[in-house]
Design a protein around this ligand. Structure first.
Ligand SMILES: [Zn+2]
Ligand SMILES: [Zn+2]
Length: 320
């Protein structure tokens, strides 16, 4: 077979764009079915305009979610020297250094691959940062490393394989809005189907077997499924407004924090924040995500800590 058949051509898409491209086609299909196969006939113009605007908005928000920088914390090529000192102290059982480190608020999580953490004071309250051995940074609370994207993300929610990007601080609002627009669009198409079906039934007594009536029922089921499936977009909207991520709900530390700052009570996560939702939604659009860090872990020079990710390398070197 000639190589041109297997080599990437103009039609090839980067892996992360395949999901959004398929979703775009699916949204267009749903809208086309709604407009050209029955439900939108004889519907007022403003309703049709709304039903057309929602899929367009959904597609725009989908691509903004996919292409924007989710909130990656720039990694460092150099290891924090404190980490190296701590690892040497731990491996060599240098009690003096170790106790000195402990005094500074550094500690290591249990297990051979446990991460280093440090406790700092901000606004009079202590908070803990974790050291990422891949990015060589102390990542702030609520940040997590994404293995797919290869970097630490601020206010990490999850990595969405369908959207092809991390959902984090900068694009969580676009992700939630995309799903809500899709849901409203499907609800608008669904809304006219009972009315159209009733009209079809009243025109002919035997229209139960009419292909048009059966098709309307099938479309109704498809749109109803989408409305229900996209309900979790509404939950994400609530999360954006109340500053709660999916990862917060799964993290024990953040669950404790949430218990002291319950979203339904006055505080940083008060329902009053819902009034100021425009501030979240109208914040500046983030810059395009960069490829610079995408393969960071492949391109950087190897550091001792990355070779072993444990103190065994240090222990063996001390013994030499
Ligand atoms: Zn990282
Ligand atoms: Zn990711």
């Amino acid at each position: 077979m000639p190589s041109s058949f297997v080599s990437p051509g103009w039609w090839s898409l980067p892996e992360e764009y395949i999901g959004p491209a398929c979703l775009t086609l699916w949204i267009l299909l749903m809208a086309t079915l709604g407009f050209f196969t029955g439900p939108m006939k004889s519907v007022s113009l403003w309703y049709q305009f709304l039903a057309a605007a929602m899929p367009i908005l959904a597609i725009m928000l989908l691509w903004v979610t996919c292409l924007s920088d989710p909130g990656m914390i720039p990694p460092s090529y150099t290891q924090d020297p404190i980490i190296e000192q701590l690892e040497f102290a731990r491996a060599g059982e240098d009690e003096e250094s170790h106790s000195q480190s402990s005094k500074e608020g550094y500690s290591k999580e249990p297990g051979e691959h446990g991460a280093w953490t440090r406790t700092l004071i901000r606004d009079g309250a202590p908070y803990t940062e974790k050291y990422c051995v891949t990015c060589n940074i102390w990542r702030p609370p609520r940040s997590h490393h994404c293995n797919y994207c290869g970097g630490c993300m601020e206010k990490f929610d999850h990595h969405c394989g369908v959207v092809g990007n991390c959902i984090a601080k900068n694009n969580h609002r676009f992700f939630a809005s995309f799903m809500v627009c899709g849901q409203i669009g499907c609800a608008l198409f669904l809304g006219v189907i009972p009315w159209q079906a009733k009209q079809a039934l009243s025109s002919r007594p035997d229209s139960w077997q009419d292909p048009k009536f059966i098709w309307l029922c099938f479309l109704g089921l498809v749109y109803a499924y989408h409305v229900l499936a996209l309900m979790f977009g509404t939950l994400h909207c609530m999360g954006v407004c109340l500053d709660v991520t999916t990862k917060d709900l799964m993290s024990k530390a953040q669950q404790l924090e949430l218990l002291h700052n319950i979203p339904c009570l006055p505080g940083a996560r008060s329902p009053c924040r819902l009034i100021g939702v425009w501030r979240s939604l109208c914040a500046p659009v983030p810059s395009l995500r960069t490829k610079q860090f995408r393969h960071f872990s492949d391109s950087r020079p190897l550091l001792p800590l990355h070779r072993m990710h444990s103190s065994s390398w240090y222990r063996s070197n001390l013994n030499v």
